[in-house]
Design a protein around this ligand. Sequence first.
Ligand code: SF4
Length: 392
Amino acid sequence: MSSLLDTFVEPAASPLLLLGQGRDLASERGVECAGALPAASDPDLVERARAARDALGDRAFVLGHHYQRDEVIRFADVTGDSFKLAREAAARPDAEFVIFCGVHFMAESADILTSDAQRVVLPDLAAGCSMADMAAIHQVEDAWDTLADLGIADRTVPVTYMNSSAAIKAFTGRHGGTVCTSSNADVALRWAFEQGEKVLFLPDQHLGRNTAVLRLGIPLDECVVYDPRKPLGGLSEQQLRDARMILWRGHCSVHGRFSERNVSDVRAAVPGVTVMVHPECKHEVVTAADRVGSTEYIIQALDAAEPGSSWAIGTELNLVRRLAAQHPELSVHYLDSTVCFCSTMNRIDLPHLVWTMEQLVAGRTVNQIVVDPDDAHFARVALDQMLALPGL
Ligand code: SF4
C-alpha cells in the first residue's frame, strides 16, 4: 500500500520576486527597473560594477552616504553626510551624472545645488526617508495657517532639518527661515531667535528639542510638539502662544529606537565605556549619553580616540560596523543589538547601482530626480541662508 509520502510531489519552486522587475506592482510602485535588474546572487556583479564605472569615467560622480552598505560604499567617489555630499556634488560641475547613493531628500538637495546641465540619479526610487515623509507640505501649510490665525506666524521662524523634502525646504525659504544640519542646528536656532520670538522646527522633534534645551538652554516646558493629525496640533491656543520651540511631530525610525535602558545596560556590561549618540536620538537617551554629535562628529571622535578605549555608538548600524572595522585598536560596541539598518538607505544595493550605471552607459538616464523649479528656487534660498550662518 502506498503512503502519502510515496505520492508526495515536491512543489515546484515559486518564482523569485525580484524587486523592481515589475512582478508585484502593488508593492513595488514606482520602482520598476527598465531592462534587467541584476540578481543579487550574480557572481559577476562586482565586475559589472567596475566595468560600468570605468566606462562612465569622469562623466559620473558617485556619492555614498555614511549609512550605505559596504558593497555600495566601495564604489563611491566620496562619502559623507547629506550636507557634505550635496556640497561635493555642487563642486563637480563637469560631472554629467551625479549618482546619489543615499535617500530621496538628499538627491533632491543635490539637484537643487547642481547646475541644470547635470542629472542627479537615485539608483532606487523607493529609497525614501521615513522622517522626511512625516512632514508633508500640505500639513505644514495647514499648521502655518493655524499659527497665522492665532496671530503668531509673523513672530515665528521656520527652521528645517536637511532631512526634509525639497517642498519643505522651499516653504522654509518662502517664510524667511533656514535649513540646518545636525552639526549646525545650534547656530541655526540662535540665528532664528534673532529674527523672531518662536521657531517652528521641522521635521525632527528630537534634534530640535535636544538642540534647544542642551545647547541654547531653553527650558523643556517651552518646547511643545505639534501633531499635524490633530486640530491645533493637539495643543491649546495658550500652549502655542507660550511656546518658544514648536517641534514638528517627526522622528527618525532608526535613532528613535535607542533607549535610556540601552545606555544603562552597556555601562553595566562594559566598564569605562564612552556612550556617544546622534542628536536624532530621544532627549532622555542624549542626556544619559556622554557625548552627542552628528555622523561626522562621531567619525572624528573615533579617529581621535585613545587606543584601547571602549565606545558604545548610537547611530545607524552600517556606519558603526564600518567604524569598528576601521578601528581595531578600539573596542567599538553598538548601543542596541535590536536596532538595525536604515531600511530605506539599504534599498540602494549593488544590483541597483549596477543597473543604474549600465543604463547610463547605454545612454539611458534612469531614476532622475528633478525638483520643481519654483520649489528649487526657494529651497535654495533656505540653503543659502544656512551657508551664510557663521561657522560654515
Ligand atoms: S537614518 Fe533616519 S533620518 Fe536617516 S534616512 Fe534613515 S530614516 Fe531617514
